[in-house]
Design a protein around this ligand. Structure first.
Ligand code: 5GP
Length: 237
């Protein structure tokens, strides 16, 4: 496999073509962004930590029967993935109230959500990822109702696997965002799973151990990501 030209540079990852049209290289950079790219910073070790974190989670999910684009980790900061036709819809599950939900509905942060909620957002920075629903996604052709049903089922299946994984490490999986795409007509989990796209709190102290540390200027961002990784069995050295 040979890495070829850069196809796309996102806020934290760059995507490269390979000599195989079905495979891409994801490069996890040290860049961190918040508020739709309004705040950008480079955090040492972040690319390496998120690449290893993502590889571990994707392999765990794959092992639990969830189809993912992940093929293998290539280096400290790069992974090989299947090329998906991405669906521009973000799926969010929440187990506890935080972030956007608290702001939107005025509920208390930390309130347990029973059953967990499921929300859809349009992936569009210029519009600040607006909340959408199945009807809008279908009408505007972002996804079919069958695809949306599959994405919802898979997003909840991920919840069952990861809630337990993090609980075993003394962590609460508060919420998370997933993105899906199509590979040979099948819905497959794409993008990444790292503390950049989920909320994780220490189960005892409720300390935030995810990207909210960056968003809220709490410091110790990568140290927290590494601590989470260590607690679920990831080595970073
Ligand atoms: P909220 O709607 O509360 O802002 O986000 C819910 C969850 O989805 C959080 O764990 C948050 O990190 C994740 N999330 C939502 N939108 C994005 C996004 O555009 N990028 C990333 N990295 N995570 C997101």
């Amino acid at each position: 496999m040979e890495k070829r030209q850069e196809l796309y540079a996102g806020k934290a990852k760059s995507v490269y073509a390979t000599d195989d049209p079905d495979l891409l290289v994801l490069h996890f950079r040290d860049d961190t962004s918040a508020f739709d790219g309004e705040r950008m910073e480079s955090l040492a070790r972040k690319g390496m930590v998120n690449n290893r974190f993502n590889a571990f989670i994707m392999e765990t999910l794959q092992g639990a029967g969830i189809p993912t684009h992940f093929v293998k980790r290539l280096s400290d900061t790069e992974s090989l993935v299947k090329r998906l036709e991405m669906i521009p819809v973000e799926c969010v599950v929440r187990n506890l109230a935080a972030g956007g939900l608290v702001k939107r509905l005025g509920v208390e942060e930390g309130k347990e959500l029973v059953p967990p909620t499921f929300e859809l957002f349009l992936k569009n920075d210029a519009l600040h990822d607006p909340m959408i629903n199945e009807s809008l996604a279908e009408t505007f052709g972002w996804a079919t109702s069958e695809q949306l049903a599959e994405m919802k089922a898979l997003t909840f299946k991920v919840n069952e696997v990861l809630k337990q994984l993090f609980a075993d490490g003394g962590l609460l999986l508060v919420d998370y965002k997933l993105e899906f795409g199509l590979f040979q007509g099948q819905i497959v989990l794409g993008d990444e799973f790292s503390p950049d796209g989920c909320r994780l709190w220490d189960a005892e102290t409720r300390n935030k151990m995810d990207k909210d540390r960056f968003r809220q200027g709490l410091g110790g961002v990568i140290e927290a990501y590494e601590e989470v990784g260590r607690r679920i069995g990831i080595g970073f050295d």
